[in-house]
Design a protein around this ligand. Structure first.
Ligand code: ATP
Ligand code: MG
Ligand code: MG
Length: 377
């Protein structure tokens, strides 16, 4: 069977491996972490850094095509691999999504709605930004995730203090929007420009980390359609091939793009259990040039992330949660990622409740969430 390459060994890569195996492909995973979830599921795990060119040569020569599950793979690595083998998404598309300055400039130059922002390279830049940006969020331009590398700042002085805290790293200062709620759209786009969009999901976060996704989002059809149109425009303008996640804010009834993920998205986990084709199968299909599958949802779904916090009791002792409480619910699907060590805030697994009645599904997921010990902040 043909062998596919995956850059990154996290849970998104693991679901790609599982989907690829079901479709008859082998997968080699490149990730420096010897205990990476995707590495453990793969046919071969190259335990090397993303800029280890000997390992990249092996991957390029052993694989028919290569994708990524990690948005911070160096663009140079993708460019290098692309000399030997198809790499999807392309280095250029990933480069836009992995730097907030490039990302927001892309949105601005393509007429896509986004929060007002300014690139910040020096303290002088902060002294000159428009006062209308405050209150704001200062975000490091690269390597931030799960709300890390962000500071909420009420005014210029706080922004300068926060910028010093980030030790001079390039940042963006973004106006704080008053959020009605957040949604995301995951889509897949093939080489010929055909697009399949999954239903938009509605996302709530806890301590900056995705907590619950409800699909379809409880937004008007008009808003969901516009979000899909915007996501499709982004994919087309990026010349994107593969699975793409686009996060949106809804503020005073209007859509704003927050950020893009050049890979499957945490909020798209529901597609595994609730859609005809999952976001991971689409990633495989787009990668190897197969026609995309039907993205239609056959069920409504609520996905709940399982963070490492629930592995610890009140005394701080680590023990496996009692999964029988979840297995007792017939329309609940549990997915554990096989991570050996739990840490607070670490994504260890998720579950999805599916059904036909959105109110009942949400109630069941909420009950399951508390039964397993997840507390609201
Ligand atoms: P992810 O884990 O999704 O990659 P991240 O660390 O890249 O997260 P963002 O998505 O930029 O961070 O922001 C995290 C969350 O912070 C958002 O989902 C939203 O709840 C809040 N947030 C970010 N920017 C703004 C803003 N301009 N106005 C209001 N809330 C915001
Ligand atoms: Mg992000
Ligand atoms: Mg985000």
């Amino acid at each position: 069977p043909a062998t596919l390459g995956m850059l990154g060994g996290g849970q998104l890569g693991r679901f790609f491996v599982l989907a690829a195996h079901e479709m008859g492909y082998q997968v080699w995973v490149l990730d420096p972490d010897p205990a990476s979830p995707a590495g453990a599921a793969a046919d071969r795990h190259l335990k090397a850094a993303f800029d280890d060119y000997a390992a990249l040569d092996e991957l390029a020569h052993g694989c028919a095509a290569i994708s990524t599950e990690f948005e911070n793979v160096p663009a140079d690595t993708l460019d290098y691999l692309a000399k030997f083998v198809p790499v999807r998404p392309s280095a250029d598309a990933v480069a836009v999504c992995q730097n907030r300055v490039a990302e927001k400039s892309f949105l601005a130059s393509h007429g896509i709605p986004h929060a007002p922002f300014a690139p910040i390279n020096t303290e002088a830049d902060l002294r000159e930004v428009s006062p209308t940006l405050f209150p704001a969020i200062l975000k490091v331009a690269r390597f931030g995730y799960d709300g890390k590398g962000q500071a909420r700042v009420a005014n210029r002085d706080e922004a300068i203090a926060a910028f010093r805290g980030f030790k001079g790293e390039a940042c963006v200062l973004e106006q704080m929007l008053s959020l009605d709620y957040e949604i995301s759209v995951v889509l897949a786009r093939d080489e010929a420009g055909q697009v399949k969009c999954f239903p938009a999901s509605e996302n709530s976060h806890s301590r900056g980390i995705l907590d619950v996704s409800i699909a379809p989002a409880r937004a008007t059809v008009c808003l969901r359609d516009s979000a899909q149109e915007i996501a499709e425009k982004i994919a087309a303008d990026l010349g994107y091939v593969g699975t793409l996640g686009v996060e949106f804010f809804i503020s005073r009834g209007e859509l704003y793009v927050n950020e893009m993920a050049p890979r499957p998205h945490n909020s798209g986990h529901f597609t595994v259990d609730a859609c005809v084709t999952s976001q991971y199968e689409q990633q495989v299909r787009a990668l190897v040039g197969l026609p995309l599958g039907d993205a239609r949802a056959h069920s409504v779904a609520v996905m709940v992330n399982l963070l490492g916090d629930i592995w610890f009791d009140a005394a701080g002792n680590c023990r496996e949660p009692d999964w029988s409480r979840l297995f007792a619910i017939p329309n609940l699907k549990l997915h554990l990622y096989g991570k050996r060590h739990a840490r607070p805030g670490r994504k260890m697994g998720h579950f999805t409740v599916i059904g036909t009645d959105p109110v009942k599904v949400l109630a069941a997921a909420t009950a399951a969430r508390s039964a397993i010990g997840i507390r609201d902040e």
